[in-house]
Design a binder for this molecule. Sequence first.
Ligand SMILES: *Cc1c(COP(=O)(O)O)cnc(C)c1O
Length: 405
Amino acid sequence: MATEPAVRSPGRKFLPLPAWTGPSTRLVHGGRRPERNAGSVVPPIYQTTTFHYPPALSESAELGGTYLYTRMENPSQEAAAEPIRLLEGAESARVLASGMGAISCTLLSVLRSGDEVAALSTLYGGTIDLFTEVFPRLGLRVRWIDDAAAADPERAVGGSARAVFLETPTNPLMQVHDLARWAKAADAIGALLIVDNTFATPVNQTPLALGADLVVHSATKYLSGHADVIAGAVAGPARLVDRVASLATNLGAPLDPFAAFLLARGLKTLAIRVARQNENALRVAEAFREHPAVRRVLYPGWASPEEEAIARRQMTGRGGMLGLSLSGGIDAAHAFLRRLRFIHPASSLGGVESLASLPAETSHRHLSPEERRARGIDDGLVRLSLGIEDADDLVRDIREALPPG
Ligand SMILES: *Cc1c(COP(=O)(O)O)cnc(C)c1O
């Protein structure tokens, strides 16, 4: 039976940027190639399934530089992956069909049947489903690390995990985990640390620099930033990222060229969007910290002095996400969503428009109320993804939607 040809890297063909360039410059200019492409400032969308190759392909010296088929490799995918690679400080990066495509292909590329993955229990719901519904059927074991155990990473990872998987800040509680410490704990047992960096984005946090082995993203969120494309990404050393790409080819999880174009387009403004979202979230968090109808504001670093110290060390900004735990429970949360004027209820995040959602009815609806409570997610918790609107307007919309107290 014929197997797929191995995924070959045509080699990076991007215009080199000076080492002194900052993140915004890298995002704007990072995916540019030397080819003239009729002089177009924006790279064309390579909306093609296949590519012409030399008649004697196997004898061609150009083989390493030839694209074959878009499920394997396409220049539009590379143009989207390059700015992510630059910002994460990675040797290599790939874009994939979705965040879940990136997470599943990344984990399956490093695990084999019988292996154990140690996972922090506060994860994106889709990742929890993958770990609980799919992994057991493949003979993969998951060692769940709850919040109490997570305080002691060295002990929590155990001795037999091949990979450690976590998110920080977490959804929806905005807990902050010490990446350098988890990297050390994973390294001590020869496990890979894989970090879902979706919430922070590489503008605010670069896990590879702190010792993580691989970073995964739902590029659907901040990286693309306009709530109009489903995409994923993985970044890290080429030897690991190539394995992820190979598996993504076999499992059929490439990013469509048009989606890759939208992602590359969104990435150009990532740094200014995230800077504004950082500011807006902080403004809202501070405005409602003392509000009588708000039991608690969940914001990265605010849970404890320890988490504040970790956030200061590993994040340059705290991100655009926060939680408002309303005193009146689910009824108060419903009334709040109904009264909001332009912040709309929706379950995704990271776009230019602010969104509100109730984890109890969206990301964590599959859990029983008891399980939710055990994870600290009360039914009055509203998760906000702050966009790039005027901060005063956001504060006003939220204030007028809350009961007076
Ligand atoms: C949305 C999300 C995912 C899944 O990404 P998709 O692009 O929807 O597949 C994974 N992790 C986090 C933290 C997310 O928010």
